[in-house]
Design a protein around this ligand. Structure first.
Ligand code: AGP
Length: 609
């Protein structure tokens, strides 16, 4: 899950490529590199371990003036992050440069074959076999050589290749890793994701698996590996570059936490029908009959999306009275799943490119299942390959630690639960009550955000802890898992989330004097039970931090510290209880001086299995 960028046109490529890499650095940030052509027909390469800013600062002043180039920011899979393993990688004659996002699964046998033919490798990467293979087949036409090389490659790839003898051409190929082309005026762009393009053009083309594109200043043409021409649509990006700027916020994570009132409002607009207590969801591609045939719902996801799906499963069962299961995508993918016609599947993903979720969706569809996408990134693979779905309208999410996508995914699935519930036993009164509560969320989230200083104090109080426990019941069990994931991701503090009642079955052994235990305890139907769990922690001198409602004196009396969240519909409390947990993680990471937006070892979109 690296970020690749390419340019061919009339401008100097390196500044455009470096700017593009900065926009994609959330995809991987352990090393980076850029390549273009020197005047003498050789390839200019500059690459190193570290951030894109390190690459930029180390660039020579006199850059080549060619009009094409390619670049890469890396999330290492094969070969540690160092200068030699950084991309671009060159062919042995140094005339071909390649950047790659994905994994060449048969790289070791290809490496052995190539070494047998006298090729010397300069890196430990799987990727380096690609430029050597292209050189092996090169007879003056890069496109043909790339296609012949790709026929030998097993695995996933998004690649850009160039040859110094064909200075105004880039060859791009996709199989499993996202590739989007940018159509400019006498120039063409290519990248792993649209943020690298939006500053230059809004005209984009999404490549599908098995497609190859040849880019030149005049434009592009696409074929498949068998040279069959493919007609492509040019789409228009519907967002502005400002949306991927940090603005006045110190970090994208904080900006995106504060954008949740807006993203919830956007997610409700035109979908929540207050008069009828119902929801209108275009894009599901389900006719009325199909809704009645749904006997089970299965939500498939990873990471934060999995937690949003878990929280939503409680709402779906309660509102729609349909059994709802939640599956870890990678587990479902390899479990030879039993797929039946009366189960409706959802692939839930912010990026829409997560390899595990994409593969699980394909497996379920291969077995005849209907899979709808709940996705943020417009035009992403899951959005394009699913049988229909909902965009969650969060707007671009840049910080690696997902925040606003959690509440927006939960909202989209809540509206689906409302829709199917209203087609069954849910009354219009109950529907209107729910929509009334949903419409109040943006202001209520703002009320929680206004307590940031109090949250910061709590965050600072757990910095020394070597273990933090998050506990909740019902939908807030999922929120507890999400709170722990956020703290892990950005502060590296050891922590766990558990269903509150599960604590007695083991985790309670980890509670000693002062161990921080964060309870999600809104005044819902589970509060009494959660209160007894708080008593159990108190008895073992744990330090109780409670997320509770303003007028809950019993919880406040038990807690060593607390954050108030407004009262809302019993089923909607995760929308509010998650906010302090996102902020606790943010302020803890900030206080520890960590890179909040680019935590170690992580990447925004996990496009390899
Ligand atoms: C969350 O903060 C992480 N970035 C990660 O767990 C993420 O949620 C997971 O990789 C799924 O990503 P997706 O929603 O884009 O599919």
């Amino acid at each position: 899950m690296c970020g690749i960028v390419g340019y061919v046109g009339t401008k100097a490529p390196v500044p455009i490529l470096v700017e593009g890499l900065k926009r994609l650095e959330y995809r991987g940030y352990d090393s980076s590199g850029v390549a273009t052509m020197n005047g003498d027909g050789s390839v200019f390469v500059h690459k190193r371990a570290g951030r894109v800013r390190d690459l930029e600062h180390s660039l020579p002043d006199d850059l080549p003036t060619a009009n094409a180039g390619l670049a890469h920011t890396r999330w290492a899979t094969h070969g540690e992050p160092n200068d030699a393993n950084s991309h671009p990688h060159l062919s042995h004659d140094e005339k071909i440069a390649v950047v790659h996002n994905g994994i060449v699964e048969n790289h070791s046998s290809l490496r052995t074959m190539l070494m047998g033919e006298g090729v010397t490798f300069r890196s430990d990467t799987d990727t380096e076999v690609i430029p050597h293979l292209i050189a092996r087949f090169y007879e003056g036409d890069l496109e043909t050589a790339v296609k012949r090389a790709l026929r030998l490659i097993q695995g996933s790839y998004g690649i850009v290749a160039m040859h110094s003898d064909e200075p105004e051409k880039l060859v791009v190929a996709r199989n499993g890793s996202p590739i989007v082309l940018g159509v400019g005026d006498s120039e063409m762009f290519v990248a792993s994701d649209a943020p690298a393009l939006v500053a230059h053009t809004k005209q984009v083309v999404y490549l599908e698996d098995g497609e190859i594109a040849v880019l030149s200043p005049e434009g592009f043409r696409t074929t498949d590996l068998a040279d069959r021409a493919i007609q492509k649509d040019v789409d228009e990006l519907d967002w502005e570059i400002e949306e991927i700027e940090r603005g006045d916020f110190e970090h994208f994570m904080l900006k995106e936490i504060h954008e949740q009132p807006l993203s919830i409002d956007r997610g409700l607009r035109g979908r929540a029908m207050a008069d009828f207590g119902d929801a209108k969801l275009g894009g599901l591609n389900l006719d009325r009959r199909a809704f009645f045939d749904i006997k089970r719902i299965c939500l498939i996801a990873c990471g934060t999306s999995l937690h949003a799906a878990m929280a939503a499963s409680y709402l779906i069962e309660e509102l729609a009275r349909v059994p709802c299961s939640v599956e870890i995508a990678s587990e479902l993918r390899y479990r030879n799943p039993i797929v039946d016609a009366n189960t409706l599947y959802f692939a839930v993903s912010q990026s829409g490119e997560t390899a595990d979720t994409l593969a699980a969706m394909r497996e379920v569809r291969r077995k005849g299942g209907i899979v709808l996408g709940v996705v943020n990134v417009v035009g992403s693979s899951i959005a394009r390959e699913s049988d229909g779905g909902m965009y969650i309208r969060s707007g671009p999410e840049i910080a690696v630690a997902s925040t606003k996508a959690f509440t927006s995914q939960l909202l989209a699935l809540t509206l689906f639960a409302l829709k199917i519930g209203r087609m069954r036993d849910l009354s219009s009164t109950a529907g209107r009550e729910l929509i009334h509560a949903l419409n109040a969320l943006p202001d209520q989230i703002n009320a929680v955000l206004a307590q940031s200083e109090a949250v910061k104090t709590i965050a600072h109080s757990i910095l020394e802890s070597n273990y933090v426990l998050f506990l909740g019941r019902g939908g807030n069990y999922a929120t507890a898992l999400e709170g722990a994931l956020k703290l892990k991701e950005v502060s590296y503090i050891q922590c766990e989330g558990f269903a509150a009642a599960e604590m007695k079955h083991g985790p309670i052994a980890l509670i000693g004097k002062g161990t921080p235990v964060i309870f999600l305890c809104p005044q819902d139907h589970l509060r009494e039970k959660t209160l007894s769990n708080m008593e159990e922690v108190k008895a073992r001198k744990g330090r109780i931090i409670a997320i509770c409602n303003p007028d809950d004196e019993r919880v406040k009396a038990l807690a060593d510290a607390y954050i108030e969240v407004p009262r809302t519909h019993n089923l909607l409390t995760p929308f509010l209880t998650v906010i302090p947990l996102q902020l606790i993680a943010y302020y803890a990471a900030l206080a520890l001086g960590l890179d909040v937006d680019k935590p170690r070892n992580l990447a925004k979109s996990v496009t390899v299995e």
